[in-house]
Design a binder for this molecule. Structure first.
Ligand code: MN
Length: 284
């Protein structure tokens, strides 16, 4: 299934699924989730048959607004320097390749929709894009061995790990530079894991105003998703709905000292998962 959140004509945000080119509301089938994708994922084992059978109401995809498929995760974590070619471009700029997995937080308040505007804050003049595959945890887990780890994944989506580079390097935690409001566009929906047989063979492309800047296979990751789950769950309990961004390939703006400007449109597409497209807008 392709799980999403949508609204029609500015109305209530509802849970639903994409079927072909139509958005289908879950309606009563998702009532136990009370409007929360996080709760829906917590209860997926029980709810799945009713969600799969849910038949409407239906809307044309271009007649609805898609919102971030999950807006209330408990955690939003991201790994840095996790693509070989990106680690090489960073090393060329004097940033050493980490010897272990480099994790940081994006505060969950930065989440925004797949087609929503992203703010260029007055406080930064070095806002940059990072195309990423994100996954969403489906089952509560701790100390997961890598060989079992993919069973903890509910699904996958596209993410742009928008970054204020000037703020990123003011602190080794990266947190502030990764967490400006609207700097976490995700979507356009969560493609459930059963529809993604190999998350290590997806093609990702990022374009700015139509010009290709990043292109890679997710197979270029240094630490694959199973290794990421094993490592993180050594430390903390992963919860249904947790969002984890898996790193960006080469081609980020900072490598060319080229940052985003008012009106730029950044599109990130991953094979089988759809595309997100956000216009960057100067703070008003
Ligand atoms: Mn990133």
């Amino acid at each position: 299934m392709k799980l999403l959140r949508f609204s029609v004509d500015g109305g209530t945000v509802r849970l639903g699924k994409l079927v072909g080119d139509e958005v289908v509301a879950f309606g009563a089938a998702a009532a136990p989730a009370n409007g929360s994708m996080r709760v829906l994922l917590e209860r997926m084992t029980d709810l799945r048959p009713a969600l799969e059978a849910a038949g409407g109401p239906r809307h044309r995809r271009d007649a609805v607004m898609l919102h971030a498929p999950i807006d209330d995760p408990q955690k939003f974590l991201a790994i840095g320097m996790n693509y070989r070619a990106h680690a090489e471009e960073a090393a060329a700029a004097g940033i050493p390749t980490p010897k272990s997995q480099l994790w940081f937080n994006k505060q969950v308040s930065c989440i925004t929709g797949p087609y929503s505007p992203v703010e260029l804050p007055r406080a930064s003049d070095k806002v940059d894009y990072e195309a990423e595959l994100a996954f969403v945890i489906g089952s509560r887990c701790r100390d997961v061995p890598a060989e079992d780890a993919l069973s903890a994944v509910a699904g996958y989506m596209v993410c742009n790990d928008v970054t204020a580079r000037d703020w990123q390097f003011r602190s080794p935690t990266y947190t502030l530079g990764k967490s400006f409001d609207t700097h976490g566009p995700i979507g356009p929906w969560i493609t459930t894991a059963d529809e993604v047989p190999d998350p290590a063979s997806l093609e990702m492309v990022l374009r700015v105003n139509g010009e290709e800047r990043q292109r890679s296979s997710t197979g270029d990751m240094i630490y694959d998703i199973a290794a990421q789950i094993a490592y993180l769950s050594t430390v903390m309990t992963l919860m249904p709905g947790d969002v984890i961004a898996t790193g960006t390939p080469a081609g980020v703006g900072i490598a060319a000292n080229r940052f985003l400007a008012d009106g730029d449109v950044v599109r990130v597409e991953i094979s089988g998962l759809g595309a997100i497209e956000n216009r960057f807008v100067a703070a008003g």
